[in-house]
Design a protein around this ligand. Structure first.
Ligand SMILES: [Zn+2]
Length: 194
């Protein structure tokens, strides 16, 4: 199963190694864009089943998966499908506040697994944890497809499962060692043109 995951990440361009211009304008030696494998539902389902297996191995049995819009809607739905449970998403309103909207609700003590597409700082996931706890939910863990966090063990206060962890540096162009070494820089969005 892990071989399938890595093959899909490579084939879809979700995980690349080289010299990249990120959307932030910084340069990096790797690139992770976990939306790409979900272009084709069959690929996304393989990743979701692999993450669901890790959730089960960790002993986590959620009643409901909850993810923040927009990035976690499709991956979270796929994970919920693989786990055989229901799926809700949180979203930011015009007031900027993350909340359960559209009539979504959790019951007191409901076992919830928070899902995110890719975690970097973990900030939006922590907002979701807070929203769900205030609503009375029992958050039993966090499951992510991509992990770019500096130290995953300290990011959250609940059990944490990641499908693909990558740890790579990024630099301003002026300080980029790959530029200094003369390696051509690539914009990952141009992959379809190659
Ligand atoms: Zn560079």
């Amino acid at each position: 199963m892990p071989d399938d995951v890595d093959a899909i990440l490579t084939r879809t361009g979700a995980y690349l190694q080289g010299h990249f211009l990120l959307s932030s304008g910084r340069h990096s030696s790797a690139y992770l864009q976990m939306a790409l494998p979900f272009e084709h539902p069959a690929d996304g389902e393989v990743l979701a089943r692999a993450l669901a297996e890790r959730v089960r191995l960790r002993g986590l049995v959620p009643q409901t998966v909850v993810g923040p819009a927009l990035g976690a809607i499709v991956p979270g739905y796929a994970l919920a499908s693989a786990l055989g449970c229901r799926f809700l998403f949180t979203e930011r309103g015009s007031d900027g506040r993350m909340a359960l909207r559209r009539g979504f609700a959790v019951t007191e003590g409901e076992c919830l697994l928070v899902c995110e597409n890719t975690v970097t700082t973990g900030g939006s996931v922590r907002e979701v944890l807070e929203v769900l706890r205030v609503a009375g939910g029992n958050v039993i863990g966090v499951a992510v497809f991509g992990d770019r966090s500096p130290d995953p063990m300290t990011v959250f206060d609940v059990p944490y499962v990641a499908l693909k962890r990558v740890d790579f540096a990024s630099w301003e162009q002026d300080n980029c060692p790959l530029c200094q070494a003369g390696v051509p820089v690539v914009s990952p969005g141009s992959r379809h043109l190659r």
